[in-house]
Write a protein that binds this ligand. Sequence first.
Ligand SMILES: Cc1cc2nc3c(=O)[nH]c(=O)nc-3n(C[C@H](O)[C@H](O)[C@H](O)COP(=O)(O)OP(=O)(O)OC[C@H]3O[C@@H](n4cnc5c(N)ncnc54)[C@H](O)[C@@H]3O)c2cc1C
Length: 458
Amino acid sequence: MMGVSRRGFLANSALLALYGAASRPASAASASLPWRNWSGGQVAYPAGRIEPATETELIDFLASSQGPIRPVGSGHSFTGLVPTDGQLIVIDRLNGLLDYDSDTLEATFAAGARLGDTGSALEAVGQAMFNLPDIDRQTLAGATATATHGTGLEFFNLSGYITGLRLVTSTGSVLDLDAEHQPDVFDAARVSLGALGIVTRIRMRNRTPYRLKQRSWIMPIDEVMEQFEDLAGSHRHFEIFPLTHSDYAIALATDETTDAINNPEPSPEEAAAFDEAMASFAQVPPEQRKPLVNGLAQQIEPSERVDVSYRVLTNIRNNRFNEMEYSVPRESGAECLREVLATIEEKKIDVVFPLEYRYVKGDDLWLSMSTGDEDHAAISIHRTAAEDYRTYFNTIEPIFWKYAGRPHWGKLHSLGRAELTRLYPRFEEFLAVRKELDPQGRLLNDHLRFLFGEMGSG
Ligand SMILES: Cc1cc2nc3c(=O)[nH]c(=O)nc-3n(C[C@H](O)[C@H](O)[C@H](O)COP(=O)(O)OP(=O)(O)OC[C@H]3O[C@@H](n4cnc5c(N)ncnc54)[C@H](O)[C@@H]3O)c2cc1C
């Protein structure tokens, strides 16, 4: 069998071949068009969709209407943040670069801009974002509402770079927030879960454009965990994708470079070779799978690519999946990850999807998963969309709790107000700001009511 690259391994269609097409929940009878998130795990039947072409249109709608509303970005959250039977507020038409400052290296985007559209727009004005998450399909408003992050000890999640934003409240009031204007509301609104109002524009701190070289290779998991601190400290970005029922992880190191651009597309032949191998593993019980996965892992060839920052930092993920991610204090990260991997093996959990393990810098945003002085280790587990994720996720989630893990707001978890108040020192203050800005609870849905312990309101 030919060698396979890490990009092929993570992005190709093998898992889809293993488990069939992504699930499509049965549609219920409804007069309205159904809404589904990216994974298909969340479905809603909103009464309607409001798609304002201008901020004024949005303000007029909010000031003149009543009833439940929920803002939606590109629907890439796995949790029930968006579903509503009221009006979905879609701000796709509010996009594009609005303003920039070449001295402070700040830029303001309309908040419906997709991350994938910001790279070239910023490059054209001599700027680039410091970091990006794994994909670039999210809107700026949606990504920052859940503290979406990339990897790297020197880098905040995306919300950590916001220097100002415009929030239109559920009654149509306009708040221009920054460190000087209502700083507390600003700190709450930088990671808002879409619970404070509709964000229509976001100003971010950037840097000058840069090029990155990304290398990936396979490493024994014990070895990479021993060296993780050194590797994370010596590369601009370093992360691993531990393979389940295996002794190996895929390592990914990314650094600034001035080398020439060389970013070949992953080869379809590699994907096919991988598909073939993985399809045969599906027939084998998990406890007998290790030699096979190890054998395949050893054939994964190192790869390298060079491109402008925003093309290297993000990927295309074709296989639909559901995900749980918790951020644990960095010093507990390795132990927590080892326990998760050992549990998958001991309990013979039938999962082939790799985990993801990465560091994020500590910050001072009220609802950031990395809030506080410590850096955090984000640990993700995945299940293809066609499978029932509940048994797997329910088995692993208590391990994250043991290590004081904070759940990613956009990824599946089961925590409510009592636990969240313990994990987030400013959680109750956030709830107070929420009540002040949206006293009628127009922005609440079932998921938010559960998170906020407000089951009776709205
Ligand atoms: C394939 C995949 C890869 C991912 N990779 C990463 C990753 O590397 N790192 C990471 O941290 N996360 C990652 N995520 C999670 C994802 O980044 C977050 O869930 C993000 O919030 C999704 O953004 P969205 O634009 O799709 O927003 P949605 O999921 O549509 O909405 C998210 C939240 O934003 C709110 N919102 C949307 N628009 C507005 C607005 N205008 N005003 C106020 N609130 C608003 C919504 O109400 C909701 O609460 C990934 C998800 C997927 C599916």
